[in-house]
Design a protein around this ligand. Structure first.
Ligand SMILES: Nc1nc2c(ncn2[C@@H]2O[C@H](COP(=O)(O)OP(=O)(O)OP(=O)(O)O)[C@@H](O)[C@H]2O)c(=O)[nH]1
Ligand SMILES: [Mg+2]
Length: 293
């Protein structure tokens, strides 16, 4: 077999399990995963290397109706990822009620091969799964449908084999040691943001953005100075919690995850700053890293 290389755009509704799937296929937690919707905000490339192929996955934000400028940036990330793709991988959560969304219309218009991963098969009985398969067969008669479970590693090897069928022959796009197009700072920001999603409720995770301001690396230690931007003073108080207990708890978990990710001891400093309306301000978003890649 000659070498195959290509781009797979992962898309689907929020919370379908797109990031979980990419992490599981790569065997590394690159993308933030939480039970909350709209966890992923940026496009993140994950590279799967083998002797015979290189698959470049693009994990993207869940498709949503834009309410803020931030959402528009998130949608741009999805569009960009589709434009570059050789194959579209639509991830569907079979355990959630099916709804016809603009997602499907958009995908239907593309003339790319479409693979539909019917995810969370561990939560659906055979009948539910069959109903869903029949439904998708009607909407996308040419798509390949594969029931999977990202968290139980069910059928993921089959999915990779099917993806390979549709990838072109060619040379690798990235060095075969690379796992992603993003740097360690970016992943540090994502690890901290993931912990905000997991440790705080309601609007808090959606009002926060994380920036790594300084990164100082020594032989066995990394000092990471980060800033959490919130939109209001009251949110800063919530993040801190009574006597700083909440932020200490969150920071400890984030630090441990950062240590696992980098393989070094980590000193993590977090400053909280109020930046009113960052979510709706083009300039702030640009400074926070929302630009076309
Ligand atoms: N039971 C079950 N849960 C899953 C499976 N795949 C993902 N999940 C869970 O679904 C939730 C959402 O997963 P994510 O990977 O963050 O979903 P996403 O599609 O990337 O979400 P956004 O980034 O918000 O668009 C998490 O709590 C996952 O643990 C699966 O196969 N089975
Ligand atoms: Mg995600």
């Amino acid at each position: 077999m000659s070498f195959k290389a290509g781009f797979v755009a992962i898309t689907g509704k929020p919370n379908a399990g797109k990031s979980t799937l990419m992490n599981r296929i790569l065997g590394k937690s690159l993308s933030a995963v939480t039970p909350k919707v709209q966890t992923t905000r940026h496009r993140i490339k994950g590279i799967l290397n083998s002797d015979d192929y290189q698959i470049v996955f693009s994990d993207t934000p869940g498709i949503l109706e834009p309410a803020y400028e931030l959402h528009k940036k998130m949608l741009e990330a999805i569009e960009q990822s589709m434009q570059d793709a050789d194959v579209i991988l639509l991830v569907d959560d079979v355990s959630s009620p099916h709804s016809e969304e603009s997602v499907f219309q958009q995908i239907g218009k593309l003339s790319l091969p479409l693979i539909i991963a019917l995810n969370k098969a561990d939560l659906a009985d055979t009948q539910k799964l069959e109903t869903r398969i029949n439904l998708f067969k009607k909407i996308f008669p040419h798509a390949e449908l594969i029931p999977i479970s990202a968290t139980s590693d069910f059928n993921l090897d089959t999915l990779v084999k099917v993806l390979l069928k549709y990838l072109p022959e060619g040379q690798p796009y990235y060095s075969t040691e690379e796992l992603s197009d993003r740097n360690e700072r970016f992943f540090a920001e994502e690890i901290i943001r993931e912990q905000i999603f997991l440790n705080y409720q309601k609007e808090i995770p959606y009002s926060c953005e994380v920036v790594v301001d300084q990164w100082q690396e020594f032989a066995s230690l990394i000092k990471i100075y980060s800033i959490i931007f919130v939109m209001r003073e009251s949110q800063k108080r919530i993040i801190l919690g009574n006597k700083g207990i909440a932020i200490r708890k969150m920071a400890t978990i984030a630090r441990k995850k950062l240590e696992r990710f980098t393989g070094k001891k980590v000193f993590l400093d977090i400053t909280i700053k109020v930046k009113e309306g960052w979510r709706n301000d083009e300039k702030s978003l640009k400074r926070l890293g929302y630009r076309n890649e």
